[in-house]
Design a protein around this ligand. Structure first.
Ligand code: SF4
Ligand code: SF4
Ligand code: SF4
Length: 893
C-alpha cells in the first residue's frame, strides 16, 4: 500500500491511508489525549478531548474519527486546541468529586493525568460539585462510583460490543447521566459475568476493583505473563507489590486482544493465600510434619530405590500436570522414563481430550486445534457442540458473539440451553451422548442434497466410499429420534453448515468424554472433510483444550505412548534418539494410562505414585474407587500448592511454586507456545516444580547440571520436531504456533494447508451410532451429565481459594427441569441426594429450563460432586472414561 504525506505539528510524515489522524499520530509516537478511544471499537468521538486543528477547516475535528488525507496539515497542541481541550476537561471535573487523595484510582487515572498535563487546577471555574449518587457495590469483584464517571461510554461499549453481554448502560436522571448496571435501567436481574473488561478500560475511578490490598501504582511492578486457568492462554500483566499480587491487567495482544474472564481477572487470590503449603511435609503417624527439602528428597529416593529393587520399575507411576509449564512436564516425563525406567506417565488429558488425540491423529494427522482463536471472528458459520464455550473458554465465547454481531451464523447442539444458545440461529437440544446420531443425520442431509464438496474429497481425502455407505444407510428420522430433536432442525443445521465456505466446528468434553469418544471425534472429522472445511483459514475442527497447559503437557510427552512431540515410544529410531540425548537406555513398552494406574493401585500391582500438580481424587470417575486405590498405595508423593484431596493421601507433600513465581512456557489451545514469567518470589519455602524435579534428578545423576527454563526449551526444541524452531528470544513477543519446523519458520496459523502431509490424505472413517454404556432404567431413571461453570475451575484447588467465587458458587448443585422437579416434588435450593450405581452425593437443587426433562446437570468441581457418581467404563482406543453420561436417581434427604 503506498503511503501518503501528512504534516503533524509541521513535521512531514509518511503514513498509511485509511487510518485516522489519531492512529497515524500514535504510530509516529505523537501523543493525543483521549478518554473514549479503544482500537478494538469503532470511534464514537464522544469525549472530544482528542480534537485537533486541521488547516483549512474552521471547526476543530476529533482526531479519532477523522481520516488522514494526502497533504493534510494538523496541529495537535495549538492554543486553540489546548483551550478546547481544557474546556472539555474542566467540564468533566465540574461534575466530579474532589477525591484524588483518597481515590483508589489515584496514579492510574487519565482525568488526573490530563489535569496535570494541561495545568487544570481543581478550583477551576466549574468547581463546586456535590456528590450525587451512591456507590453500587453489588458486584463481588468491583464497584461503580457514578460520580467519577466521565461518560466516555467505553465500559458500556466493551460490555456490549466485545463481551456481548450488555450488563451496563448509561442512566439518565434529570440533568445527570451516569454509568450503571442495566438492572438499574429496568432489567430484572444483572446478567453481568464479572469479566472485569469494563473495569480494565475505565479511564477514571468510576469502575474499580474491590482490592483488599492498598497500593499506589508507583509501589508496584508489572510482569507480562500467561493466565493459569483455561486453554485460551490470555496474556496479562501481573501487578505486584512486595511479592504480593494486587491486580491483573489484560494486554491487547493475541490471543485475548485485551479481554479476560472473571477467573483470569479476579481469581488470583490463591497465589498469596495463607493455606499455601510453604514447607515439605512428611506424614508421620497419620499427621503431616514439616521437614527439610533434604529429608523429603531422601525419603522419596529411598522409597523409589526400594520399589525398583523389590517390585520392579513398572510398579512406579507418575502423573505429569496440565497446570505446570512445558519445561516442567518435559522434565517430569524424562525423570520417570530415564530414572524409573518406565513409560508409566500420564496426566489428566486422559480425562478430557484423549479421544481428540486418538480421533484426529488418525484422520488428519494431528490431535490439535486446526485453526487459530482469532479466526473465530471471521467464521461465517460457528458450529458449537459439546462445549459450553462462554463458560469454559470465555474469551473465545466472546469472540463468537463478536462474530455473530458481524453477521456470522451460530449453530449450537447441546443437551443444555447454554448461554451461547441464546445467541444461536439454530439451537438443537440433543440427549447427552447422541452426537454421532446427529452428525450422521446431518451428513445424510448433506449427501442427499449434494452439498458435499466432491472436488475436495477427490483431491484431499480417502475412504469416502466406505464412509458414505454407512451414511446412506442412516435414517434421518431415526437420528432425530435418538437425539430427541426435530428433523427439520437437523436439516437446517446441515444446510447452514455445508453451505458456508468458512465454517468452524468448536467442541470440547461433551464430545470427548464418552466410551465411544474417539468415534465422536472421527465423526466430526468426517463432517468437516465432507464439506471441505479443513486446511483453510477461518474454518476447521477446533477441539478447545481445557486447562492452561493441557496442550503442552501432551506435546511434552506426558503420555504413556509418546515422547515429546508425539514421537512413539515403540519407534526404534525415536527410542535411539532419546537414549543418546539422555544418555540412558529406555523402555519401548507403552506405559499405563491414568485409569489403569488407578486400577493398578487398587489391585496393588502399583506401589508408588508421584503426582505433580493434579488432583485425581476429585477429577477421576467413581471417587470411592479412586480413594480406595490411593489408600492401597505403599507410597505417594504429591507436589502441589495446597493440601488437596489427593495430597491428604500423600506420604510426602512437596510445596510447589505457582505460575506467578516461575519462568517457563504454556502452549495454549491454538498451539501457541507462550511465555510464563516470574512476577514474585516463591511463597515461603516452595520451589518451582521444574527445580524440584531437577534436584531429584541429581540424586540419580550427580553430574546433572540444573538448567534454567530457556535452556530447557533449547533441549526440548532439539529433540521435538514440532518445536524445533522455538526459543525464548523468538517467543518473547507473541509466542509461536507449532509446528515450528526451524528457526526461520514463522509458526503455523492453521494446519493442513495444501493437504495432509503426515498421512498423505485425510481419512474418512465409517462411524455407526452407539449409545452411552449406562442408560437410565427403572432403578436409576435419570441421565446425569457433567461439566464446568464459569466461576470455578477444574477441582477448585485454585478458584476455591477466592472467597468471592466461593460466595457465588459455594456448594455442589444440580440443574433440574421444572417437569422433573415436579415429578420429584423438588423445591428451589433444597438439598437432595443424587445416587448412581457407584455412590451418592448431596446437591442443591436449581430448577431451570436450561436442562432437558429427565436429564440433570452437575458440575465436577466439588470433592463430593459429580465424580462420586460417574462411570469408569473406558473408550477402548484411548482409555478416556465416560464422564459425561451415567444413570442416576434423586431422593429426598
Ligand atoms: S477518578 Fe481520577 S480524577 Fe477522579 S478522584 Fe479518582 S483519581 Fe481523581
Ligand atoms: S464485568 Fe463484564 S459483563 Fe459485567 S458489566 Fe463489566 S464488561 Fe459487562
Ligand atoms: S481463564 Fe481462560 S478466558 Fe479466562 S482469562 Fe484465563 S485464559 Fe483467559
Amino acid at each position: 500500500m503506498s503511503k501518503i504525506t501528512i504534516y503533524v505539528n509541521d513535521h512531514e510524515l509518511q503514513v498509511d491511508p485509511n487510518q485516522t489522524i489519531f492512529e497515524a499520530a500514535k504510530k509516529e509516537g505523537i501523543f493525543i489525549p483521549t478518554f473514549c478511544h479503544d482500537e478494538r471499537l469503532e470511534p464514537e468521538a464522544s469525549c472530544r478531548v482528542c480534537v485537533v486543528e486541521i488547516e483549512g477547516q474552521q471547526k476543530l475535528q476529533t482526531s479519532c474519527s477523522t481520516k488522514v488525507r494526502d497533504g493534510m496539515r494538523v496541529q495537535t497542541e495549538s492554543p486553540r486546541v489546548q483551550k478546547a481541550r481544557n474546556e472539555v476537561i474542566e467540564l468533566m471535573w465540574a461534575s466530579h468529586p474532589n477525591d484524588c487523595v483518597v481515590c483508589d484510582a489515584n496514579e492510574d487515572c487519565k482525568l488526573q493525568d490530563y489535569m496535570y498535563l494541561y495545568d487544570i487546577t481543581s478550583d477551576n471555574k466549574y468547581d463546586g460539585h456535590q456528590r450525587q449518587f451512591n456507590i453500587d457495590d453489588t458486584n463481588k469483584f468491583f464497584y461503580i462510583d457514578p460520580d467519577k464517571c466521565i461518560l466516555c461510554g467505553k465500559c458500556v461499549r466493551v460490555c456490549s460490543e466485545l463481551q456481548g453481554v450488555e450488563a451496563l448502560g448509561l442512566n439518565i436522571r434529570g440533568y445527570q447521566t451516569y454509568v450503571s448496571f442495566a438492572y438499574d435501567l429496568g432489567m430484572e436481574f444483572s446478567n453481568c459475568v464479572s469479566c472485569g473488561n469494563c473495569v480494565s478500560v475505565c479511564p477514571t475511578g468510576a469502575l474499580m476493583e474491590k482490592s483488599k490490598t492498598k497500593f499506589r501504582m508507583h509501589e508496584t511492578k508489572k510482569t507480562l505473563t500467561t493466565c493459569v486457568y483455561c486453554g485460551v492462554g490470555c496474556q496479562f500483566n501481573i501487578v505486584s507489590k512486595n511479592d504480593k499480587i494486587v491486580k491483573i491487567e489484560p494486554v491487547n495482544a493475541v490471543p485475548n486482544e485485551g479481554m479476560l474472564c472473571v477467573k483470569g481477572k479476579f481469581a488470583y487470590k490463591f497465589v498469596n493465600h495463607p493455606d499455601r503449603v510453604t514447607s515439605p511435609l512428611i506424614k508421620k503417624n497419620g499427621i503431616f510434619v514439616e521437614a527439610s527439602w533434604k529429608e523429603a528428597y531422601d525419603l522419596i529416593v529411598s522409597k523409589m530405590n526400594y520399589h525398583l529393587e523389590t517390585n520392579g520399575k513398572h510398579s512406579i507411576v507418575g502423573l505429569a500436570s496440565a497446570k505446570c509449564t512445558n519445561e516442567e512436564n518435559y522434565l517430569f516425563q524424562k525423570f520417570i522414563r530415564k530414572h524409573v525406567g518406565t513409560n508409566n506417565v500420564d496426566h489428566c488429558a486422559r480425562l478430557c481430550h484423549a479421544s481428540t488425540v486418538s480421533g484426529l491423529a488418525t484422520t488428519l494427522g494431528s490431535g490439535a486445534m486446526t485453526n487459530s482463536i482469532a479466526e473465530v471472528k471471521n467464521n461465517d458459520v460457528i458450529f458449537v457442540t459439546g462445549s459450553n464455550t462462554t463458560e469454559t473458554h470465555p474469551v473465545i465465547g466472546s469472540f463468537m458473539k463478536q462474530a455473530k454481531k458481524r453477521g456470522a451464523k451460530i449453530i449450537v447442539a447441546e443437551p443444555r440451553k447454554i448461554d451461547l444458545a441464546e445467541h444461536a440461529d439454530i439451537f438443537i437440544r440433543i440427549k447427552p451422548g447422541t452426537n454421532v446420531a446427529l452428525f450422521n443425520a446431518m451428513m445424510k442431509v448433506i449427501y442427499d442434497e449434494g452439498l458435499h464438496k466432491e472436488e475436495y474429497i477427490k483431491e484431499y481425502t480417502e475412504n469416502f466410499d466406505a464412509f458414505i455407505k454407512v451414511i446412506k444407510a442412516f435414517d434421518i428420522e431415526e437420528g432425530a429420534k435418538i437425539c430427541g430433536c426435530d428433523v427439520e432442525d437437523i436439516k437446517a443445521a446441515a444446510r447452514m453448515y455445508a453451505n458456508s465456505s468458512n465454517a468452524g466446528i468448536y467442541y470440547a468434553m461433551g464430545i470427548t468424554q464418552h466410551s465411544n469418544g474417539t468415534n465422536h471425534v472421527k465423526s466430526i472429522a468426517n463432517l468437516a472433510l465432507m464439506t471441505g472445511n479443513v486446511g483453510k483459514e477461518n474454518a476447521g475442527i477446533n477441539p478447545l483444550r481445557g486447562q492452561n497447559n493441557v496442550q503442552g503437557a501432551c506435546d511434552m510427552g506426558g503420555l504413556p505412548n509418546n515422547y515429546p512431540g508425539y514421537q512413539k515410544v515403540y519407534d526404534k529410531e525415536v527410542q535411539k534418539k532419546f537414549e543418546k540425548a539422555w544418555n540412558t537406555t529406555l523402555d519401548d513398552n507403552v506405559g499405563l494410562s491414568l485409569p489403569h494406574m488407578i486400577n493398578g493401585a487398587y489391585n496393588k500391582t502399583i506401589k508408588m505414585m508421584y503426582v505433580m500438580g493434579e488432583n485425581p481424587i476429585v477429577s477421576d470417575p467413581d471417587i470411592n474407587h479412586v480413594k480406595e486405590a490411593f489408600g492401597r498405595l505403599d507410597f505417594l508423593v504429591v507436589q502441589d500448592l495446597f493440601i488437596t484431596e489427593t495430597a491428604e493421601f500423600a506420604d510426602v507433600i512437596l510445596p510447589a511454586a505457582s505460575f506467578a513465581e516461575k519462568d517457563g512456557t504454556f502452549t495454549n489451545t491454538e498451539r501457541r507456545v507462550q511465555r510464563v514469567r516470574k512476577a514474585i518470589e516463591p511463597v515461603g519455602n516452595s520451589k518451582a516444580d521444574g527445580l524440584i524435579i531437577q534436584e531429584l534428578m541429581q540424586y540419580f545423576d550427580p553430574d546433572y547440571t540444573i538448567k534454567n527454563a530457556s535452556e530447557l526449551m533449547d533441549e526440548i526444541a532439539e529433540l521435538t520436531p514440532i518445536y524445533h524452531g522455538v526459543d525464548y528470544e523468538r517467543i518473547e513477543q507473541l509466542g509461536l504456533q507449532w509446528p515450528v519446523n526451524d528457526k526461520n519458520h514463522k509458526g503455523t496459523k492453521f494446519l493442513y494447508e495444501g493437504g495432509f502431509e503426515k498421512l498423505g490424505k485425510g481419512k474418512f472413517t465409517p462411524v455407526t451410532y452407539k449409545g452411552a454404556a449406562e442408560l437410565p432404567d427403572d432403578t436409576y431413571p435419570l441421565t446425569l451429565t457433567t461439566g464446568r461453570t464459569l466461576y470455578h475451575y477444574h477441582t477448585i484447588t485454585l478458584t476455591g481459594k477466592n472467597e468471592e467465587i466461593m460466595e457465588i458458587i459455594p456448594v455442589n448443585f444440580i440443574e433440574v427441569h421444572p417437569v422433573t422437579a415436579k415429578k420429584y416434588k423438588l423445591t428451589e435450593l433444597e438439598s437432595v441426594i443424587v445416587s448412581s450405581r457407584r455412590g451418592e452425593t448431596k446437591a442443591e437443587v436449581h430448577i431451570t429450563e436450561k436442562i432437558g426433562e429427565d436429564v440433570i446437570f452437575m458440575p465436577f468441581h466439588f470433592a463430593d460432586g459429580a465424580n462420586m457418581l460417574t462411570n469408569t467404563v473406558l473408550d477402548e482406543t484411548c482409555n478416556i472414561p465416560e464422564l459425561k453420561v451415567c444413570a442416576v436417581e434423586i431422593s429426598k434427604q
